[in-house]
Unconditional design. Structure first.
Length: 253
């Protein structure tokens, strides 16, 4: 298990800087903390260690995001089945992370992202199927998102496919996304604790990282309302392209 106390100060500073940047992105866009932090941390650590370092910071960021959302309760009630399916997928994904090398799942996730971008840009997104089979769609996307979050720490790519296909407003999408992230992360912590990869020492050492991330989040939230909806959607799509590229590079590297 990784220990921050054993790292050199330059590396500790790099980790803190990553937390600041990822927290700022999450505060500005309403999502993206593990999506940004995990690939950047994986430059210095293995994937499993990068995920362990983001456990407590991600929980703190998600709780802060939900707490500051006025639309959280109504949004989550509408998509409650989705959160249940995310929980199932996250539990399975966390067990896979504990037992199997998660690197191959990067390739699968990158392929799903690129498939979505192609269908979205070509106008072939299955909107009608999702609208008429909403519960089934929640089950499919929820389990896939949970698996992706449990193994690669990046469930947001799958969930964005679902919500953008439904044209869900940002005020509704962001609280649901953060609730799914929180549920997935808590279940991941429980599973990894059972198999011995998480301890109170890890939480103690990463508490300053969580505080750093939340402070950056609060600053980013002040910028969020200044971003227009169309610009917001383009940024999300751009992030998907960047994410897929990073996953592919890391997989083959």
């Amino acid at each position: 298990m990784i220990s921050l106390l054993q790292l050199d100060w330059p590396l500790v500073f790099a980790v803190l800087s990553i937390m600041l940047f990822a927290g700022l992105v999450h505060g500005t866009l309403g999502l993206g903390f593990p999506m940004v932090a995990t690939p950047m941390l994986a430059v210095f650590f293995d994937v499993r260690s990068a995920i362990l370092l983001t456990l407590l910071p991600t929980v703190a960021v998600n709780i802060a995001s939900i707490w500051n959302s006025r639309h959280a309760l109504a949004s989550v009630q509408r998509f409650l089945p989705l959160t249940g399916f995310v929980l199932i997928g996250s539990i399975v994904g966390a067990y896979i992370l504990a037992r199997v090398d998660p690197n191959p799942f990067r390739l699968v996730l990158a392929g799903l992202i690129m498939l979505y971008l192609w269908t979205h840009l070509s106008g072939r997104v299955p909107r009608q199927w999702i609208d008429t089979n909403l519960i089934a769609a929640m089950g499919l996307f929820g389990v896939l998102a949970g698996l992706a979050g449990g193994t690669t720490n990046v469930m947001v790519a799958i969930l964005i496919v679902f919500f953008l296909s439904l044209d869900v407003p940002r005020a509704t999408m962001v609280p649901v996304l953060n609730t799914c992230f929180l549920i997935g992360k808590i279940s991941q912590i429980v599973v990894l604790s059972i198999v011995g990869l998480v301890s109170f020492t890890l939480f103690y050492e990463t508490a300053p990282l969580a505080l750093t991330a939340v402070l950056a989040l609060l600053f980013g939230q002040r910028l969020r309302e200044k971003i227009a909806i169309d610009v917001y959607r383009r940024i999300l799509q751009g992030l998907l392209v960047v994410l897929a590229s990073i996953l592919l590079v890391q997989f083959f590297y």
